[in-house]
Each structure stands twice: as C-alpha cells, then as structure tokens.
Write a protein that binds this ligand. Structure first.
Ligand code: EPU
Length: 437
C-alpha cells in the first residue's frame, strides 16, 4: 500500500506563486559574515531517482528543502515508493515499487524526473516516461539518452508524448556519447547497473554530481568506477545484490558560486562554509582573474574578499570542469557593474540569456550577438522591477539587485525556490537589505 509521509513541509512558496509575491532588495550594502551552503539540488534529484533500483531503504543526508525535491518525491510516490522527507534528509523505500510509468503532469514540472527512465528500465525491463516538454533555456534533447539505452539492448519509441522503453534484458557494451550530457550519462549509467556484463561510457559527463550518484550506487551494492572522469565503467550486478544504504549529498557548487559572485558585485568580505573548493576551480579562477581575493581557509571553507571594482573578463561556458552554464547568469550581473567590456559566450544552451533583458532594465549595457553577450560595465546598476525567467536568472537578478542603487523588485520566484534554499535569508544574514513579501 502506498504511504505518503512528509515530515517537512515544502518551502511555503511551492508551485506557481501569487502574482504579487516578490523579493525586494535595497542594494548597495557590502556583504559581510559567514554563510553555509546547502546540499546540491542536481545531486539529490538524481540519487532519488536511482533509489528506484533498490529493494530497500535509501537514505540521503544533507538534502536542501527545495520545491524540486518535493516534486521528485511526488514522482517516486506515484511509482509506489514510500518517501519521507525530514529536516535535511530524505528516506526512500522503493521495495514495493510496481509501477513503471511517470506521467506528464509530474515530469513536465521537473525535467530531472526524466532520470527515472534508466532505473525503471533496469529494474522492470520496461518504462513509460513522459517527454519533459518545453524549457525556458533551450531545446534540451534526449537523443543521447535514447541512443545509449538502445545500445544496451532497449527498444524505444516515442508515442503521444511518451518515451516507451522495454527489453528482454540489458547487456553491457561500450557507448560513446557525442556530447558529455549529464542526463544521458546518468540514465545510461543507472540502466547499466543491472545489465549483464560490463558497460563503458566514453565521453561521459564529469560533473561532481555524477560522482556523487556513482558513490550512491556503489554504496547500495552496484559496481561503478571512473565516475568523474571521461570514462565510466559499470559492471552489472544482480537485483538481489542491491540493498539500502545511507549517503551524503555533496555541497551545491552553484549556490557557493552565487555567494562568491554576489560578494564581488557588492564588495565585502564573506566566509562560505560547507562548500567543496575542488568543485569550484573554474569559478574561483574567474573570480581571481577579476580581482577578488579568494582563500581556502580549511576543507570546505572559502573566504572571499572584494572591493567592488572588478576587472572585465571573457568567459565561455563548457562542461565540467570548465566554467558552468549554471553560473553564467550570476557572473553576468557582476561584469555588468565592473570596469571595461566583458564577453560571455554560452555554448551549452541555445537560449540562456533570458536575464539580459531584465538586466538592461536595471541599466546594464549588454549587446547580444549569436551565443555571445558583450557586456560593457556601467558604474552602477539601478534598482528596477524585474522578472526571473528561470532558476539561474533569478539568482542573477538577486546578485544585480544587491549591487544596484535603490530598490529592486523581483518576481517569478517559483523558479528561485526550485533550486536555492532560503536564499534571501542567507543574504540577509550577510547584511543585505533583502526581504520577501
Ligand atoms: N543534449 C543533447 N541530447 C541529449 C541530452 C542533452 O543534445 O540527449 C544537450 C542539451 O540540449 C544541452 C547539453 O546537451 O544543450 C547539456 O545537457 P545535459 O544533458 O548535460 O543537461 P541536463 O542533464 O538536462 C543538467 C542540470 C542543468 C545543467 C546541465 C549542464 C540537472 C537537473 N540539471 O541538465 O541544471 O545546466 O546539466 O550542466 O542536473 C539548473 O540547475 O539550473 C540546470 C538547468
């Protein structure tokens, strides 16, 4: 019987928020103090999906209270898992999962739920998962997921908006990914956990979230090596080899990067705790190039000092370990009020400059040519009413608002609440004049 227990309520602002809800920022305060980074959204969501492989109880620690986490819990419950969310922790008992269909009304709200495809196919040899549908930042195809799973032996077709996958069995093979897609690496890796023989993924995504996912799989009895590198090897195991386990979610590198860039935009001195500097080399490198002083005080603790007068830079977003697309918008807010002209080139998504029109409302001087943004720094951004179009655009507008003269009002907050835990509270604790109403 399905049970639905949640000991922690979703963030109050789950789902589309009331039109009048907004974050207000009176900009110009230098950030000062200490802030703690939450667990990584993009790790938690994938590990939750992977828990479907296991007849047993999987426990995830260091889990942020985000609407996306609650949404993924709904997807798993729909499939028959018992999911309990409590303070900083998610417990998933997938023992009695019998359903293998993830419907449109759930998947369309959370793209990461497409990641149930691989585990369902592995465990039940069939899956029916809705195509996620439109997205504000780009096309976000699934062809690489499809090609990889087919190479493992799945038959797949798309019908009336659903991906149907089935197989008699999955058999390990060598798969070369044309692009190091995170989602495709994850779906193929998870399907291969219960395949016969060995699967090798070449040109795999190398993101820390992939490593965290592989660590989970290994903790529950799977055999994955090489995660975090170009080549991932998965030795198939039997379903009965898998068992429950407890794992810790890695720190959210996007959140840590957002704090670094906010401090650079306002000037100030902050200490970021609970981060993993090893996941942030490209992010820190750009900050230093712009003139910020960054020091690693202790494992997990990053100190940022900036005088608010940053130098221009050129940035190109590339897969990890290169500069992350997810911090392209937040750093654009910094260069928008830095000295000189910066060029930001976006190579991951076709449409990830949605923040530009809003930053222009705040006085930014940005010209778009193809996939590049030419940003001429202005002495001061000005507070304005702006609307977030996606999660990272929301973060960018907050960074801009913190640095701007006057009051910035940001709407579209349901995007923010998907991926940042209590961001305005954390900035308020750093001395920012920021509140939600
Ligand atoms: N792509 C294909 N074919 C595929 C799969 C991907 O062409 O079959 C393309 C995509 O269209 C995109 C690129 O490859 O242009 C990268 O896509 P990837 O599969 O790596 O992205 P994802 O798994 O859908 C995750 C994060 C994103 C993050 C990207 C890139 C989650 C839930 N999402 O998406 O995070 O931007 O990797 O690092 O993990 C966010 O957190 O704001 C966010 C959008």
């Amino acid at each position: 019987m399905k049970q639905e227990i949640s000991r922690v309520d979703p963030p109050a602002k789950q789902g589309p928020v009331e039109a009048e809800e907004r974050i207000l920022i009176r900009g110009g305060k230098k950030l000062k103090g200490t802030v703690r980074v939450s667990g990584a959204k993009n790790s938690v969501l994938k590990i939750m999906a992977a828990a479907l492989l296991v007849k047993g109880v999987s426990v995830l620690k260091n889990v942020p209270n985000l609407t996306d986490v609650h949404m993924m819990a709904e997807v798993l419950r729909h499939l028959g898992a018992v999911v309990t969310i409590s303070e900083g922790e998610v417990e998933i008992d997938a023992t009695n999962v019998q359903d293998f269909e993830a419907p449109y009304e759930l998947v369309s709200q959370l793209r990461a739920s497409f990641n149930v495809l691989g585990p369902l196919l592995a465990r039940f040899h069939q899956a029916k998962v809705s195509l996620p549908g439109g997205c504000a930042i780009g096309e976000r195809r699934i062809d690489l997921h499809e090609k990889g799973l087919k190479q493992l032996g799945a038959e797949m077709h798309i019908d009336h908006g659903y991906v149907y996958a089935s197989c008699k069995k999955l058999v390990g093979t060598r798969i070369y990914l044309e692009k190091p897609s995170n989602g495709a690496t994850e779906n193929i890796m998870l399907a291969a956990v219960l395949a016969e023989g060995t699967t090798i993924i070449e040109n795999a995504a190398q993101e820390p979230e992939i490593t965290n996912l592989a660590d989970f799989v290994n903790a529950v009895g799977g055999k994955i090596s090489g995660a975090g590198t170009y080549t991932i090897t998965i030795d198939g195991v039997k379903p009965e080899d898998l068992h429950g386990a407890t794992v810790e979610t890695i720190p959210d590198r996007c959140e840590a990067g957002t704090f670094i860039y906010a401090c650079m935009a306002t000037g100030g001195e902050i200490t970021i705790e609970g981060a993993n500097p090893h996941h942030l080399y490209s992010v820190i490198n750009k900050a230093q190039e712009m003139g910020a002083e960054i020091s690693i005080l202790a494992p997990g603790t990053i100190k940022v000092k900036a005088d608010g007068k940053m130098k221009p830079i050129d940035i190109t977003t590339v897969p990890y370990p290169g500069f992350p697309t997810d911090l392209q918008a937040p750093i654009m807010s910094v260069v928008a009020c830095s000295e000189g002209t910066s060029i930001i080139t976006e190579t991951i998504y076709e449409n990830r400059f949605m923040q530009v029109a809003e930053l222009r409302r705040m006085g930014a001087d940005i010209a778009l040519t193809g996939n590049a943004a030419v940003v001429k720094g202005v002495p001061k951004l000005m507070g304005a009413e702006v609307k977030a179009s996606d999660l990272r655009a929301a973060a960018a507008l907050i960074v801009a608002g913190l640095a701007a003269d006057g009051v910035t009002e940001i709407t579209g907050l349901h995007h923010l609440d998907r991926g940042y835990e209590k961001l305005e509270d954390k900035f308020r604790a750093l001395g920012a004049d920021i509140w939600r109403r």
